[in-house]
Design a protein around this ligand. Structure first.
Ligand code: SAM
Length: 205
């Protein structure tokens, strides 16, 4: 590693060395998705798609609230092992606890809902925060308290749609399309973009 790749942070009598990439990643606000209302079996496919979409579009973690679903967890871990990370998924934490924990670390909360204020109006304010962001998406009817605890109730149009679509559009706007250049670490395989057919490249770990 060249000297250009290093940043030195001095804190009292300690000196840390970081790669520039790691340093920047550590200081980027984290984006975590809180999936509320997941019903094991019935919602497993859609929740898996919430997780896959979150990972592909540069979020750091999904918390599946209230219900443990080891099948969804292991599917997503398998994708992350093969296609890279870092990306984490956990399930079973009560949603109120997840919100309390998030508040305790000073994070901000976006609730995606057809009833909220339009994304184009709210986005500048959301992007202004340098705090970690919890993005809440539902499945069936959401508890009314969520509307009160959210810093922003955000709509992706005021029409009912899928949580997967709403999350994808939110992340794409929030990240200003930079997720297209997102680099995943420790990938074992990588898709090679192709005009026709499917090409997968094996990477050395
Ligand atoms: C299929 S919807 C069901 C919503 C439920 N009927 C209700 O009234 O709360 C599931 C989730 O998708 C998200 N969603 C649906 N339409 C949305 C929209 N237009 N803008 C933002 N999020 C939306 C919300 O997070 C919602 O909880």
């Amino acid at each position: 590693m060249s000297v250009d790749d290093l940043i030195f942070v001095v804190s009292d009598d300690l000196i840390y060395t970081y790669s520039a990439k790691r340093f920047l990643e550590d200081r980027m606000p984290k984006v975590v998705i809180l999936r509320i209302g997941h019903r094991v079996f019935r919602d497993s496919r859609v929740t898996t798609h919430v997780c896959l979409t979150a990972r592909a579009l540069g979020a750091d973690q999904v918390i599946i609230a209230d219900h443990e679903d080891k099948v969804v967890e292991s599917t997503i871990r398998d994708v992350t092992n093969r296609f890279g990370g870092p990306f984490d998924v956990q399930s079973g934490k009560p949603w109120k606890q997840a919100i309390r924990d998030w508040r305790a670390i000073g994070g901000r909360i976006v609730h995606l809902t057809a009833y909220g204020l339009p994304l184009p109006k709210t986005l500048p304010e959301i992007q202004d925060t340098d705090k970690d962001l919890l993005v809440v998406v539902g499945s069936e009817k959401m508890p009314g308290e969520i509307f009160k605890v959210a810093d922003w109730n955000v709509s992706v149009t005021n029409q009912p749609m899928s949580e997967v679509a709403a999350l994808a559009i939110f992340l794409d706007w929030f990240k200003q399309h930079r997720e297209f250049g997102h680099e995943f670490s420790k990938a074992r395989v990588q898709i090679v973009p192709s005009r026709s057919g499917k090409e997968i490249q094996q990477l050395s770990a």
